[in-house]
Design a protein around this ligand. Structure first.
Ligand SMILES: [Zn+2]
Length: 250
């Protein structure tokens, strides 16, 4: 009788252990959050150095360093999953970049660039988004049922504008030079991506002060944190339905 009881208790404990092992991890107090996939596009690369500063520093190298730093800080948030459009020093066309971002189903795209200044005064940083009014008249027939390749951004442009404004608000705190503003422009890459997208022109390599800052890891990290802060705010507004829904036309 005692043996039977012991066997029964052992069996019970074994069953309990098995059921605990096999419990699904969800529902144990962890609220599953959908990670946001952010495509980071480091401008230029390979034979195309972009703008150049003194001592051989090039835009393609700084944008890649910034992209790597941004990806690193994003990964640490565990709610943003970064993916680099260009991962090394090689050439890539704008169509290839847009194609990759669309194919990999990014939720957002951030293209990193630096500007050029021709005066001693810093030109500041600017944030660009695509808009139908800034775009040149469509070359493709509007009667087509398939959205033309150069108008992929159209359903997302208002979200892109919101993202650009949030980026400006956050970057003002981490970039010591003035803001050149949030600007609508017919940017080739942005027009072709199927997700909210912005292009950041963070500073100028031929301006000595800006060039020096842009190469500093602390500066790159501050910029990365500001970008992430803007993305987190964007996501929170989007989840609350406070961003405009994608539109079919302007
Ligand atoms: Zn550039």
């Amino acid at each position: 009788m005692r043996n039977n009881l012991r066997r029964f208790i052992i069996a019970l404990l074994a069953m309990l252990a098995i059921s605990l092992c096999c419990l699904p991890t969800e529902g144990l107090g962890q609220t599953p959050t959908k990670t946001l996939k952010v495509m980071i596009d480091p401008g230029h690369g390979g034979e195309d150095p972009g703008s150049e500063g003194s001592q051989g520093v090039t835009e393609k190298d700084i944008t890649l360093a910034l992209a790597n730093r941004l990806a690193q800080v994003m990964e640490a948030t565990e709610i943003i999953s970064p993916e680099l459009v260009r991962t090394g020093d090689y050439s890539m066309s704008l169509d290839q970049r847009a194609g990759l971002a669309n194919h990999n189903h990014g939720d957002l795209l951030i293209s990193l660039h630096l500007g050029t200044t021709f005066t001693a005064a810093p030109r500041g940083f600017s944030i660009y988004y695509w808009s139908p009014t800034a775009a040149s008249p469509a070359a493709t027939s509007p009667s087509s049922t398939v959205r033309p390749w150069d108008q992929q951004q159209e359903p997302y442009w208002e979200k892109s504008r919101m993202l650009a404004s949030l980026m400006q608000e956050e970057l003002l705190w981490s970039i010591p030079w003035a803001s050149g503003g949030v600007l609508a422009a017919d940017i080739y890459l942005l027009a072709r991506v199927r997700m909210p997208a912005v292009m950041l022109e963070l500073g100028s390599l031929n301006h000595p002060e800006e060039a020096a800052q842009l190469q500093k890891p602390e500066f790159q990290e501050a910029v990365a944190k500001a970008i992430i802060q803007a993305i987190i705010k964007y996501r929170s507004l989007d989840e609350k339905g406070l961003l405009l829904p994608p539109t079919k036309s302007q």
